[in-house]
Design a protein around this ligand. Structure first.
Ligand code: PMP
Length: 406
């Protein structure tokens, strides 16, 4: 690890961005985007100015879908053997409701596994939908150390990780109690605020529940490594962490679930509408999809998801290594086998030391390290476009800070 203070300086003109999302984008992507911003492919106009019905944009659109399919090895068969890739708007937050709108018929139910704050929000929105449609939503498992539901006043206490963090682990499949009427089971593969992630060991798989489709909110850990998409009935993710800018949400849905979806909800919310129109039913977020395509190409150039996994694991190890080396100074509340590779949360001994650490990081050209406002502490988000050198610089700063206070 570099030892001089100068080594902590960012590359010229680039800030070391540890934001939780919107997050860092690859410099090569931004530069390519800049170069063709006012004249896309010698058309004399920006991609933003092209019609979504025109050949120039359509080529971009279909290429983005093809690249994601290839990168994540998303099966293209029929029925249960194939998945549609849909580009939606409204963020992952809209999917909290849209999943339930499509998949919950009257009399049906859905089980939600809650391992963090975003899971709580997903249940709450699904409940609102279910109450309108004669269906029910239940918490099939929660790992909260206090009552599930909206974050309590107590959870807003910045000192809550001084020993009683609310979410510190993912559950085992045996802890999950499904009902026979459950049409799906929902989980959050990575809890962005709590730093709690499923299946982090190399090659680990996600929990399965017989034939009940698993719906995964993969907003903060899609495409950080290869997975077997067939472990899920539906995956959704906002692009603004691992895949590109905000404005587009990716939905990967098994084709039989598209067909089985409700037909008595507004057309715009039916997955079949996006499916039948290749996400061109109405005007899509063309610029976001264009930029996502560039990021997908960049991941491909890095060597695909295997290479990205190695790069991401190295970044996370650099940070966790320092946390574990100074147990008197740093504390990560998350159980070791649930520790997120994407969002690393930790505390320093006092809020004052945390403030000083954030100030020091900013002086060294780093941004985005303050923990989510609801939980406090420090959070380092290490998404795909975060450079390994930035993680090394952060690890060095953490090392130096702890040593100074030893
Ligand atoms: N789920 C998870 C796991 C998230 O991290 C976020 C955003 N941070 C959301 C859902 C909500 O996403 P959006 O802002 O795109 O609605």
């Amino acid at each position: 690890m570099p030892a001089t203070d100068a080594s902590l300086m960012p590359p010229p003109s680039r800030t070391m961005n540890f934001n939780a999302g919107p997050a860092a984008l690859p410099l090569a992507v931004l530069e390519a985007c800049r170069d063709e911003l006012v004249d896309f492919g010698n058309t004399g106009m920006s991609i933003m100015e092209h019609s979504h019905r025109g050949a120039a944009y359509e080529a971009v659109h279909h290429d983005a879908i093809a690249r994601l399919r290839s990168l994540m090895s998303i099966p293209d068969g029929t029925g249960t053997g194939g998945y549609d890739i849909l580009f939606m708007q409204g963020g992952a937050s809209q999917q909290f409701a849209q999943v339930a709108m499509n998949l919950l018929s009257p009399g049906a139910s859905a089980g939600y596994i809650v391992s963090g704050v975003w899971g709580e929000k997903a249940v709450s929105e699904a409940r609102a939908v279910a109450s309108q449609s004669g269906a029910t939503v239940h918490v099939a498992c929660t790992t909260a150390s206090s009552t599930p539901g909206a974050p309590s006043e107590a959870s807003l206490n910045p000192g809550r990780w001084g020993g009683d963090a609310k979410y510190v682990r993912v559950p085992d499949a045996e802890e999950v109690a499904l009902a026979p009427t459950d049409a799906y089971v929902h989980l959050t593969t990575n809890e962005t605020i709590d730093g709690v992630q499923y299946a982090t060991a190399p090659g680990a798989i996600f929990p399965s529940f017989g034939t009940v489709p698993v719906v995964g909110d993969m907003s903060s850990d899609i495409a950080w490594r290869p997975i077997d998409v067939r472990q899920f009935g539906l995956i959704y993710a906002g692009a603004q962490k691992n895949l590109g800018p905000s404005g587009v949400t990716v939905v990967i849905i098994r084709r039989d679930l598209v067909e089985a979806g409700r037909t008595d909800i507004p057309v715009i919310f039916q997955y079949r509408t996006a499916s039948r129109n290749t996400s061109l039913y109405n005007t899509p977020p063309t610029f976001s999809i264009y930029l996502m395509r560039q990021v997908l190409a960049w991941i491909g150039n890095l060597g695909g998801l295997e290479a990205v996994e190695a790069r991401n694991r190295a970044k996370a190890s650099a940070i966790y290594r320092v946390i574990d080396a100074f147990p008197e100074f740093y504390r990560c509340p998350v159980a070791v086998d649930s520790r997120s590779m994407m969002n690393i949360v930790f505390r320093l001994p006092t809020p004052a030391l945390e403030e000083a650490f954030v100030a020091s990081s900013e002086a060294h050209g780093m941004v985005g390290l303050r923990g989510h406002r609801s939980v406090g502490g420090i959070r380092a988000s290490l998404y795909n476009a975060v450079e390994p050198a930035w993680a090394d610089a952060l690890a060095q700063l953490m090392h130096d800070t702890a040593t100074r206070h030893a």
